[in-house]
Design a protein around this ligand. Sequence first.
Ligand code: AMP
Ligand code: GLY
Length: 424
Amino acid sequence: MKVLIVGSGGREHAIAASVAKSPKVDKIFCAPGNAGIGQIAECVPIGAMEFDKLTAFAKEQAVDFTIIGMDDPLVGGIVDAFEAEGLKVFGPRKNAAILEGSKAFSKDLMKKYQIPTAAYENFDDAKQALAYLEQANFPIVLKADGLALGKGVLICHTLEEAKKGVQSIMLDKQFGTAGNRMVIEEFMTGREVSVLSFVDGKTIKTMTSAQDHKRAMDGDQGLNTGGMGTFSPSPFYTQEVDDFCKKYIYQATVDAMAAEGRPFQGIIFFGLMLTSNGPKVLEYNARFGDPEAQVVLPRMKNDIIEVMEACVEGTLDQVDLQFEDNAAVCVVLASDGYPVKYEKGMEIKGLEQFEGKEGYYCFHAGTKLDETGRFVTNGGRVLGITAKGATLKEARANAYQAAEWVTFDNKYMRHDIGKAIDEV
Ligand code: AMP
Ligand code: GLY
């Protein structure tokens, strides 16, 4: 069959690598893709938001199955656009992708269906938000309602700071229309864990757990990024935590969406915080995490196409989802200055070192081929270096060793990805 993947990051490279292992697949397209994806798929220069061009391309090439990797097109209704043309597509429809697209929606859903999350209030008026802050406890968390490249969350320690936050989100529109509404919620403490799941509208199958490192610098310092590295599984995601989430969070979310007339088919990403009062939902995403996908997918034993087809067909209950009994660590190689200002166009050397090395992966995020056919940097996050190991410690040592195989000017990485596992 022919498969089209929509997106261009490390996550889409990891998805493409899994799809390439499926015996059912003989051709992969990726729109728009990147230089690494181009080694296993044919990249087509169509943007992820160009729905008409994408559906026309899928029809013209007789694509059998399309996988949407990114949040923006999902929230914008790309799945509805494909379905309207009779094309088979993996991902939630617009009315279900709102689970990620509106934080106010997801908070109201959790409240209505008693799914554990931080206490909150929604606001669509800045004056009311400011008045509410006067009697609030600090720290407090401000969230722009809509998509904001993972940057729309402000943790404010004082009233002064929070007032400035409301000003920048709702009045100065720092995150554009994402800030037309906002959520103000209770600050929680605890360890964070990401759990991704496959969902077919009624049945949910969770994948192995992972932990991201969102801050730019070692010791969780610096600005929030898209993610600087991940490990999987999380040793803090115990059987007890899993039992709790199965009972109160996972199926409850899927049932709530169905009850609202918004059946969810695709990936639900549960961002959880393990608080002293039990696990609570920090956020939902409607797609694989990036770079969570880079540690979770290499450990998945199933044929990804079979699982995704089961989600679309409503037969996920018949799938036995299995993961390897090992560990994986992903270290992101970024351009120095990310997430603010960084240079592009630096030649990347050493990529050939990954050839034929079992258990090592070099997922491309921001890369392209220049006019002379060299791999050059083309984004803030450049590569995701993933390695497996029998244990988390072994996987981490392997990933950091492999991170040295590749060089480019201004290469930057965190050196403490997975440090938390030493505490176990
Ligand atoms: P989100 O995009 O909603 O996951 O938020 C980004 C990050 O902000 C999370 O990964 C947490 O580290 C932090 N965060 C979000 N909500 C809260 C909260 N209620 N309490 C404490 N930290 C939070
Ligand atoms: N790594 C976090 C995310 O994909 O949203």
